[in-house]
Design a protein around this ligand. Structure first.
Ligand code: AMP
Length: 190
């Protein structure tokens, strides 16, 4: 298996690039944001529990997120690998993911960090908010999400750097250009 964490702030292009990577490398896309949105749209118990937290741009508690992620990953016993998109967002999640993969005889092979500056993030999300219908894409909620990123999620990087797994990829430019950079980064460690 080849397991990738696609890491970056909101609006870095993780979702868009994940779609490219799953096709090229035949991987399963695990996006915790997409999973939560599906739960919310279906009014599940979990969806009702997390709806306000997400609309406010805050992180969902680790235990809820980890349980949901593991339950989803279990559905793909034959996967050639996973792309984790939007997960882990805290060090506790990163530790839980390592423990989970280890229990399956697996590990994270590569952490690809999409590097984009805050001005680009804000521009991209302002554009996306026109069509995404996401309550958390409005300007005020976006600031909260960026805060959460810099307060909690950024600490995931040193965790993986200590394991020598992080490659930083320039996330600015055309979608195709960024994809090519990601392919090169993956092929260098594969
Ligand atoms: P995303 O689509 O990845 O930007 O996620 C949308 C929202 O879902 C985030 O702003 C959080 O409220 C929640 N969320 C997604 N992934 C996680 C995670 N790994 N941990 C906690 N909350 C998450």
């Amino acid at each position: 298996m080849f397991n990738i964490v696609l890491f970056g702030p909101p609006g870095a292009g993780k979702g868009t690039q994940s779609e490219r990577l799953i096709e090229k490398y035949n991987l399963v896309h695990l996006s915790t944001g997409d999973m939560f949105r599906l739960h919310i749209s279906q009014d599940t118990e979990l969806g009702l529990k997390v709806k306000k937290i997400i609309a406010d741009g805050l992180l969902v508690p680790d235990s809820i997120t980890i349980d949901m992620l593991e339950e989803e990953a279990q559905k793909y016993p034959d996967a050639k690998g996973f792309i984790f998109d939007g997960f882990p967002r805290t060090v506790a999640q990163a530790e839980a993911l390592d423990a989970y993969l280890e229990s399956k005889g697996q590990k994270i092979n590569s952490v690809l960090r999409l590097d984009v500056n805050q001005d680009v993030i804000k521009e991209r999300i302002a554009e996306r908010s026109k069509i995404s219908g996401r309550a958390d894409d409005d300007a005020e909620k976006l600031l909260k999400r960026i805060d959460e990123y810099f307060n909690k999620t950024i600490h995931v990087l040193p965790y993986y750097e200590a394991q020598g797994k992080v490659t930083t990829v320039n996330g600015i430019g055309a979608i195709d250009e960024v994809s090519e950079r990601l392919y090169a980064a993956i092929d260098a460690v594969k």
